[in-house]
Design a protein. Structure first.
Length: 133
């Protein structure tokens, strides 16, 4: 039982370190979108939104989602986004997209106006920055 706790604590510490690593690794010349995770597994990093950051810093799948949400006339649900990004509307694809939407919301790229309904995050009213290069 003690070994399980120690292993769990070690894994959590490694994951926390991997989340903090993108900026340091970007300075070291590695691609900031791919951060080495423990045991050689690569993970896709979604950076937190900050002033001056454009959508091109996001991995392709996340960028597509943000651009679709930005172009929509109102809030969108995951099931509405899936066919627009070229995926089959299966439960697995919808849930995977919902996870990406939640991650984008947590990192400040999107807002969830109502449960499951996503819009572009309001950062001083400058929605045009999403598609700027």
């Amino acid at each position: 039982m003690e070994t399980t706790r120690e292993t769990g604590a070690q894994v959590l510490a490694e994951l926390s370190a991997a989340e903090a690593a993108p900026e340091a690794e970007a300075r070291d010349g590695l691609d900031p979108k791919e951060v080495p995770a423990p045991h050689g597994i690569r993970v896709t990093a979604v950076p937190p939104w900050r002033e001056g950051l454009v959508v091109q810093v996001l991995p392709d799948a996340y960028r597509d989602i943000v651009e679709i949400v930005a172009d929509a006339p109102g809030p969108l649900q995951a099931k509405q986004i899936v066919p627009r990004i070229g995926l089959e509307a299966t439960t697995a694809k919808i849930e995977g997209t919902r996870g990406k939407l939640k991650r984008l919301m947590e990192r400040g790229w999107l807002d969830e106006d109502a449960p499951g309904r996503f819009t572009l995050a309001r950062h001083g009213g400058d929605a045009s920055r999403v598609n700027s290069r």
